[in-house]
Design a protein around this ligand. Structure first.
Ligand code: PEP
Length: 248
């Protein structure tokens, strides 16, 4: 297991202020598991409120616009989410790539703007089932990363990568430990090739895709798995904390 596993809840398009009680419960419990870094990414509308409640957990956004403020109706940029209290942003999630036709180049621009705004970034990657069945999963995922990775000298704590096979997201299916280990190993090698051994050592590689309390311990014990990005199971404090316990 990673030195300090990182467990991040992605609330997606879920949650009104009624969800603040879950955030409070997660925050209180996280204080008992200091060896685990716990964070949630609520929808934009709740970032500030969760930030105000949170003493222990990190708060982040699920996306941001790459540009400076201006005429982009409905968009929110990196300085705005940072001002609301976000410390990190999830970028390149497969649902953004699918629903909003986000390309690797657009994701790269978002990453650069997020880093400029002082945010940490969780960069998502992952293949479809067709790509995996065609034996091209690794080539595809590494291609996504090569095109999107930011060009800084030292990624240190500013960058986290999340491998999320699309066919495992919200489906109840998870990749096998062998598949996860192989993909995370290939991603680690790419990070070493890109940033060097020492600089890339701090970059954690999360796994995402139907992680729940029942499978968290096994997934988190897989080589090169530095934590989990959790969708559905992060919506209740009880199930999310079950995963945090699995990481402790
Ligand atoms: C996600 O979308 O980031 C995710 C991993 O979702 P789920 O845990 O519901 O599969």
């Amino acid at each position: 297991m990673a030195e300090r596993p990182y467990i991040v809840g992605n609330w997606k398009m879920n949650g009104t202020r009624a969800m603040l009680s879950e955030a409070r419960a997660i925050d209180r419990a996280a204080q008992r598991y200091m060896k685990v870094e716990v964070a949630v990414a609520p929808p934009y509308t709740l970032i500030h409120a969760v930030h105000k409640e949170a003493e222990q957990i990190g708060v982040g956004a699920q996306d941001c616009h790459a540009g400076p403020e201006g005429a982009h109706t409905g968009d929110i940029n990196a300085p705005m989410v940072a001002d609301a209290g976000a410390k990190f942003v999830i970028l390149g999630h497969s649902e953004r790539r699918q629903d909003h036709a986000e390309t690797n180049e657009c994701i790269n621009a978002k990453i650069e703007s997020a880093i400029d705004a002082g945010l940490r970034v969780i960069l998502c990657c992952g293949e479809t089932l067709e790509t995996r069945d065609a034996g091209k999963a690794e080539e595809f995922v590494l291609g996504q990363l090569k095109a999107a990775l930011p060009k800084f000298e030292d990624p240190a704590e500013r960058l986290t990568v999340a491998y999320e096979p699309i066919w495992a997201i919200g489906t109840g299916r998870t990749a096998t430990a062998d598949d996860i280990a192989a993909m995370h190993g290939a991603i680690r090698q790419l990070l070493v090739d890109t940033y060097g051994e020492e600089a890339s050592a701090m970059v954690r590689i999360l796994y995402g895709g139907s992680v729940k309390p029942e499978n968290a311990r096994e997934i988190l014990a897989t080589p090169e798995v530095g934590g989990a990005l959790v969708g559905g199971a992060s919506l209740s404090a009880e199930s999310f904390l079950g995963i945090v316990v699995g990481a402790s």
